[in-house]
Write a protein that binds this ligand. Structure first.
Ligand SMILES: [Zn+2]
Length: 208
């Protein structure tokens, strides 16, 4: 099992979970969190890796996931084109666009960076760690409109197909207490939502 350093989420200010894994050459961080508390956590954890350079993978553009990006010393950023739009010029220059799939092998560590169609945000990115655990960020969540949970029907169908192809047993969703979920249970939940929809509707919406 790959060792993963985990920094939990905060609500004040809203800050998403952060995951850090170590390769032979570099350290890889999935999301940066937001605000001073999580930044301090990150700095404390990164101390343990000595001189290794940090590469950041951003799940999507929401501030709770990438708010601290400009405050972290890093060598490279992997993100979708949409997420890169929200960065300052310096960080844009360090960024590599993920538009489909990108594989990083660093010693025994293998990372599969995967573009995920999502109703939650444009440009979501998953990270599969050694085909053991795949981090999904907020990608499987809906968007909210006027107090309603809303999924884009065709994006949901594409997302289910993409998740199905990911070679892992466990998924990890952000902002959750129970960290690991089986791949099957996450996909089944989304399939249920899709099944409940009407094929003539572009959107699936339901009450909270
Ligand atoms: Zn989000």
């Amino acid at each position: 099992m790959t060792a993963i350093n985990y920094i939990g989420s905060y609500t004040e200010p809203l800050s998403a979970d952060i995951f850090i894994v170590e390769g032979e050459k570099n350290v890889y961080m999935y999301d940066t969190g937001n605000g001073e508390k999580s930044l301090n956590d990150v700095k404390n954890v990164l101390c343990a890796y000595g001189d290794k350079m940090v590469n950041v993978i951003l799940s999507h553009f929401h501030p709770d996931h990438m708010g601290n990006i400009d405050k972290i010393n890093k060598e490279k950023i992997y993100a979708s084109a949409n997420t890169i739009k929200y960065m300052n010029e310096k960080d844009k220059e360090l960024s590599e666009i993920v538009s489909d799939r990108l594989e990083i092998t660093d010693g025994k560590l293998n990372l599969d960076i995967i573009y995920l169609p999502s109703s939650h945000a444009k440009g979501c990115i998953a990270m599969n760690i050694n085909r053991e655990i795949c981090l999904l960020g907020d990608a499987t969540y809906s968007t909210m409109k006027a107090g309603q949970i809303v999924y884009n029907r065709s994006l949901l169908s594409e997302e289910i197909a993409t998740l199905d192809k990911i070679d892992t047993k466990k998924f990890v969703l952000s902002h959750q207490k129970g960290l690991f979920k089986s791949k099957e249970s996450v996909i089944n939940e989304l399939k249920e939502i899709y099944k409940s929809s009407n094929k003539n509707d572009a959107y699936i919406s339901f009450g909270k």
